[in-house]
Write a protein that binds this ligand. Structure first.
Ligand code: ZN
Length: 530
């Protein structure tokens, strides 16, 4: 068995092994940026003996391979790595660091490799993970740590949720009140949705442009592209709180402190709203200039205010629309075509995609219930990102969404045809952070589900094997320990403890998130102490 996550798709093991205490890398200079990280990782792990004969890693361009494909041949005399592109070479090095156990504690005098051949390429070209930094903020260092691990697991996109009712997290200089007003809420709902408990501290976080640029570059160096999201027209309370001219009735409201779906959102009928949002989207596209995709949300729109708004009613009449729902479709169409005019591809949550949506809009399917019209969109050619919450939303505790479900459930929907299946661009896991107020809890909920997601995204269905995955996971925990990342031990992640599961599930049913997580962290600490 190869201890690699995600599992490679084709390999042949030899019985021979090779050991070395000195090494050399041979590659064309143009591939340096894809290989230099591996060179440094080798140096960090190995006490190099300069007097020994070196073991050679040769990187050779092979134009016949696909963009994300790579091949590795390990023999006793050298290791040869073939790829067509920098990404291909980078993915090969991510496999090699695991075969060599480079990311584990302590320096070593000898490195050992099994002789083998690997021919590997991903199941999906798009492999992504999303973090919500609005409900809670984790900061530059934590985001880098997550991106680093994602890179080792061969993800190539990071979806960054930066705008919502409870805050706006980028300090665009052209907008004077994004940082001073929209990034701050007076207090934060805690414990559960059904009580009156708040953390009364002001909650105020905003990334400076330089921070964002640093993270973009950090991700780029690891072959990860960032997909920034500004959710609209729903989930815009923070923007409206800062700029009340965006409100249907110009009401002065506060940045939201509770969680859910709210009606204090932008008016889709004032020219000034379109001017404001276009300027904001232009600033976003300029900042993320190398990103192909921009996410504009489109989900969970409460139109109660629109129904009472004179401007909205006039707009509905003028455009001969039936109702607020159609007004929402008109708004999304305008925003989609604007972002497309800036040469970006648009992604929307599936509730922001309609019969009339532009054919190039990418739909991100997220709910648990089957929505037949959306399945039809996929069957009829709509490119889709697969993120059903019943499999890939990592905010739920493992008792509700066990690791086994994330790992074993097939990527498909009832009613999806072969064509529909072929329209799945890739998969994305998401973590929504309403109740996740620490880096430890964030990591505990993500890991090891992120590893399961990585394997669903990269490894072909025929090679998906839970028993084998869990064995490799045991080895991978050594890397998580080395990276000092909090994770949930397999035993809890699989929820094999019935009593604990019942307790956590009860808290979940009572919507008592905090209790549920506390119980869960306590159980984890106890297990780790044993
Ligand atoms: Zn309005």
């Amino acid at each position: 068995m190869l201890s690699v996550i995600p599992m490679v798709n084709d390999y042949k093991l030899d019985e021979k092994q090779v050991s070395f205490d000195n090494f050399r890398l041979d590659y064309e200079p143009k591939f340096k940026e894809a290989i230099i990280q591996f060179e440094n990782e080798l140096k960090q792990k190995l006490n190099v003996n300069e007097n020994s004969k070196f073991y050679l890693f040769k990187f050779i361009k092979d134009s016949k391979l696909k963009r994300q494909q790579y091949k590795i041949e390990v023999t006793t005399s050298n290791t040869t790595i073939y790829a067509k592109t920098k990404e291909g070479f980078y993915y090969a090095t991510r496999t090699l660091i695991q075969l060599l156990s480079l990311k584990t504690a302590g320096k070593i005098d000898n490195l050992t490799l099994n002789c083998l051949t690997i021919n590997d390429s991903p199941r999906f070209l798009f492999r992504s993970f999303m973090v919500d930094e609005v409900r809670h903020f984790f900061g530059k260092d934590e985001i880098k740590r997550i991106i680093d691990l994602m890179a080792d697991l061969k993800f190539n996109y990071f979806h960054w949720h930066l705008s919502d009712d409870q805050g706006f997290r980028i300090n665009f200089k052209e907008f004077d009140k994004l940082k001073s007003v929209a990034s701050t809420r007076k207090r934060t709902k805690i414990n559960s949705l059904t009580n009156d408990d708040y953390d009364e501290h002001e909650y105020s976080y905003c990334y400076e442009i330089e921070d964002i640029k640093e993270i973009i570059q950090y991700a780029k160096d690891r072959y990860i592209e960032i997909i920034p999201e500004i959710d609209m027209p729903g989930h815009t309370t923070a923007l409206v709180a800062a700029y009340n001219e965006l409100h249907c009735l110009h009401k002065q409201i506060d940045v939201e402190t509770k969680f859910g779906v709210f009606s204090e959102i932008v008016c889709p009928s004032k020219d000034s709203t379109y001017e404001f949002l276009k300027k904001l989207l232009k600033a976003l596209c300029d900042l993320f200039k190398d990103s192909k995709y921009i996410h504009i949300g489109g989900d969970e729109v409460d139109t109660a205010n629109w129904k009472q708004c004179p401007d909205c009613n006039k707009k509905i009449q003028k455009l001969h629309l039936d109702d607020a729902k159609q007004l929402q479709q008109y708004f999304m169409k305008e925003m989609v075509s604007y972002v497309q005019s800036l040469n970006k591809k648009v992604i929307c949550w599936h509730d922001g995609v309609y019969d009339s949506s532009d054919k190039n809009v990418i739909m991100q399917y997220w709910t648990w219930q089957l929505e037949k019209d959306k399945i039809e969109y996929m069957n009829n050619g709509r490119t889709t990102i697969y993120s059903p919450c019943s499999q890939f939303y990592f905010n739920d505790p493992y008792a509700e969404l066990p690791l086994k479900t994330t790992y074993t459930k097939k990527i498909s929907f009832e009613g999806l045809t072969r064509t529909g299946l072929s329209n799945i661009l890739g998969v994305e896991g998401c973590i929504w952070t309403e109740w996740i107020d620490s880096n430890e809890l964030l990591e505990t909920l993500i890991l090891p589900r992120l590893e399961a997601l990585a394997e669903k995204a990269w490894t072909k269905q025929k090679n998906i094997n839970l028993k084998d995955f869990l064995k490799r996971l045991d080895n991978h925990y050594l890397t998580l320990d080395y990276l000092n990342m909090a994770y949930t031990p397999t035993k809890i992640a699989l929820s094999s403890n019935k009593k604990k599961r019942e307790l956590i599930s009860k808290a979940f049913r009572d919507n008592d998130k905090k209790v549920e997580f506390k119980l869960y962290l306590k159980a984890k600490r106890k297990l780790l102490k044993k």
